[in-house]
Design a protein around this ligand. Structure first.
Ligand code: 26Q
Length: 688
């Protein structure tokens, strides 16, 4: 760990001006908000480089084991405030920007969200990157540098309309392009065996080209790397076609290759089995495995010691091909025996399961799979043979014409984890009960978490300041310290300050929605919030019905002493998920009706802001009084939004599902409102 060089406001101001001139090529008099934002980001990025180099050097020197987190998604959001928080130079940056005559909020909020993920799974990956750096654990995040992140949502007559997201239209300030780091990724063709040697004669090759973003941890003591792969053609341009006058065909190889990293697939169960998705999965997994093997070999270790130096974690089954790919490289390129390679690969791999929903379990049509990845198809058969012949199990990886990625991941991992205590039990008892019987020590629980740096310290400065004034400034690095707040629970001064912080956050949200959408909300109302992907099992529809019931109650008795309530919905539906889109339409229609009712207006309002994303969550969560976590029990693997609300002092109304169970254990039953009990035991509209 290194100590960070912290500039003062004047030095930072000079650095911003230097970047404005020499990196942006702009004169102060012509600089736009974009120019200031880029200059600030580049000045901040500079500060991360030394800790980053020092971390890398130290890992090389110590020979420490590295974690490789393979994820199709990293839902990062904005980075400026994140970096400033971790370097603890927010105040310095504020005064530097003010000295330059710029509006700090405007500059910081000019940054587009990096939305390279759908929801929980992608945000979890981003939180882990922050935590790994804060803990000083040598780690790489590996993923795809999508040109277009998650679609943007707007409403037309209450219906969801999707448009392409375009975050790279502006330069991404935080990344370093690494044109010298690229790998060949092959697809298709056939496999030919000559003697004991197997040759894969592929039909198509693209290049995976690296882009690195440093990820700095708390107090700048450690920084890891997020390495994202972009697909590029092996041949830029087909000059022969061009010379024949066929101009479109001349650019075809480039267009085809680039398709692979063009766009993030929305989490859409109706869209599974798409060839391009399989190509994306293999593309980034192969590049990552080749990269980590190259690093390992360059350090001069014997291959047999791989598992002592390398831990590869699979974020769901999306990178499940990592197992067969590592076996392929060990066997075909390094001449290792197949059984030995399978065991070695398994000792390196861990697999996190995020869902029990049968429709969300990845399966590939065997014929499609064998066409795109013929060598891996053969290797999966060998892995299956190995599993069947070394155990009593009858569980197959390939069955009924499908390749089952869950079973593949389970068999190829030395540890499999669920994401909450309840979910892990269900994984053992239902999804993988047979494999659990065969490998009883393999499944473990690792309840999800969130980074308190982003989800309290940075997004809720009012509450953070209050906590710091009572507990000191080490809690963002050690959240257990918050338990000491219990001592202040009865302290009226603390209670008043806590209430004041919540009230200010509600006013901030009211100001934000007024600026953004011209909507006026009552900051005195009870903010009752459900923000997450729209899904039947998450039961936004049930929440809406409760809203309508409350509305009817108020209409029947408008002069009663109602606590004014703001019902907030937020979230996107997968473009092909018809029922979810109907729910959005209904919420918007009901909102329109309720919001125009003069009788109930002082007591009830429904708000559904368009385009929910990480940055919106950072405004909504600190302002929330009541957190809605009402999934059908057994369906929500963990939830992580539930943790963010609880950390920001909202009361949870929830079912005993996922991590809600553990939250209830933490906050105490008296502070957790059991949804099913509420529904049946309390009259509607009762204050909780
Ligand atoms: C699969 C195939 C084709 C296209 C897309 C997908 C796909 C993409 C994303 C399938 C699933 C996802 C995302 C799943 C997800 O976010 N799951 C959530 O993970 C969180 C972190 O563990 C949990 O807290 C949530 O409970 C879980 O729903």
């Amino acid at each position: 760990m290194t100590s960070l060089h912290k500039p003062d406001a004047d030095q930072l101001r000079q650095e911003i001006l230097r970047h404005l001139k020499y990196s942006l090529g702009k004169d102060e008099s012509h600089a736009t908000t974009y120019d200031w934002r880029m200059s600030l980001s580049l000045a901040l990025r500079d500060l991360v480089v030394d800790p980053w180099f020092a971390s890398t050097r130290q890992t090389y020197k110590s020979g420490a084991k590295r974690v490789y987190y393979l994820s199709m998604e990293f839902l990062i959001g904005r980075l400026i405030e994140d970096v400033m928080t971790n370097l603890r130079i927010d105040d310095i940056a504020k005064s530097a920007i003010a000295d330059l005559g710029q509006d700090y909020d405007q500059v910081v909020h000019d940054e587009p969200d990096a939305a390279l993920g759908n929801g929980g799974l992608g945000r979890l990956a981003a939180c882990f990157l922050d935590s790994l750096s804060t803990l000083g654990i040598p780690a790489y995040g590996y993923g795809i540098r999508y040109e277009h992140g998650l679609f943007q949502q707007r409403f037309e007559d209450g219906r969801q309309i999707e448009t392409a997201e375009n975050w790279l239209a502006q330069k991404h300030a935080w990344e370093f392009e690494r044109p010298e780091v690229s790998y060949r990724i092959n697809f298709g063709g056939y496999v030919h065996q000559s003697g004991s040697k197997v040759n894969w004669h592929s039909a198509e090759t693209v290049l995976a080209s690296a882009y690195d973003t440093p990820v700095v941890g708390w107090q700048g003591k450690w920084a890891n790397t997020l390495r994202l792969w972009a697909a590029k053609p092996t041949r830029i341009f087909d000059l022969e076609s061009f010379n024949r006058g066929n101009y479109l065909a001349a650019s075809e190889p480039e267009a085809l290759a680039r398709t692979i990293s063009r766009v993030l697939y929305p989490d859409d169960t109706t869209e599974t089995g798409k060839e391009l998705r399989l190509k994306q999965e293999y593309f980034f997994t192969s590049a990552s495995i080749q990269d980590l093997l190259r690093r390992f070999i360059s350090e001069g270790h014997p291959l047999s010691s791989l598992a002592e130096h390398v831990a590869i974690q699979l974020n769901d089954t999306h990178p499940a091909i990592a197992g067969p790919e590592l076996v392929r490289l060990l066997v075909d390129e390094h001449g290792m025996d197949v059984d030995e390679a399978i065991i070695l690969a398994r000792n390196c791999l861990g697999y996190t399961n995020h869902t029990l929903l049968p429709e969300a379990l990845e399966r590939w049509d065997e014929a499609l799979f064998a066409r795109i990845l013929p060598r891996h198809h053969r290797l999966i058969e060998l892995i299956e043979d190995w599993h069947l012949s070394n155990t009593d199990s009858t569980v197959r990886i390939i069955e009924d014409g499908s390749v089952k990625m869950g079973e593949l991941s389970f068999i190829m991992a030395h540890k499999v984890n669920g994401v909450s205590a309840l979910h892990t039990e269900l994984v053992k008892q239902t999804l993988f009960s047979d494999l659990h019987g065969t490998y009883p020590d393999r499944i473990i629980n690792q309840t999800n978490g969130i980074t308190p740096r982003r989800w309290l310290y940075s997004c809720n400065s009012e509450l953070s300041t209050l906590i710091t004034s009572n507990l000191g400034d080490q809690w963002p690095n050690n959240l257990d310290q918050l338990a000491a707040l219990a001592d202040f629970a009865e302290d009226s001064g603390f209670q008043d300050a806590f209430r004041a912080a919540k009230a200010n956050n509600k006013r901030r949200m009211a100001e934000w929605i007024k600026q953004r959408d011209g909507i006026i909300i009552n900051p005195e109302a009870l903010f009752d919030v459900q923000i997450k992907r729209i899904h039947e099992y998450k039961r936004q529809l049930m929440n809406l019905l409760e809203t309508v019931a409350l509305w009817n109650e108020i209409r029947d008795n408008p002069n009663a002493d109602w606590t004014p309530r703001l019902k907030v919905f937020g979230g996107k539906a997968a473009p092909g998920y018809v029922v979810a889109k109907e729910i959005i339409h209904l919420v918007n229609d009901v909102a329109k009706r309720i919001n125009s009712d003069k009788t109930t207006m002082p007591h009830l309002q429904v708000l559904y802001p368009e385009n929910y994303n990480v940055s919106m969550a950072e405004i909504l969560i600190p302002a929330t009084d009541l957190s809605e976590q009402i999934s059908t029990a057994g369906k929500e693997a963990s939830g992580t939004g539930n943790m963010k609300f609880a950390l920001n002092g909202a009361l949870t109304i929830g079912t005993l599902d996922g991590a809600n169970v553990e939250i209830r254990d933490c906050v105490g039953v008296e502070n957790f409102c059991n949804y099913s009990a509420t529904l049946f035991l309390l009259p509607l509209g009762a204050t909780i």
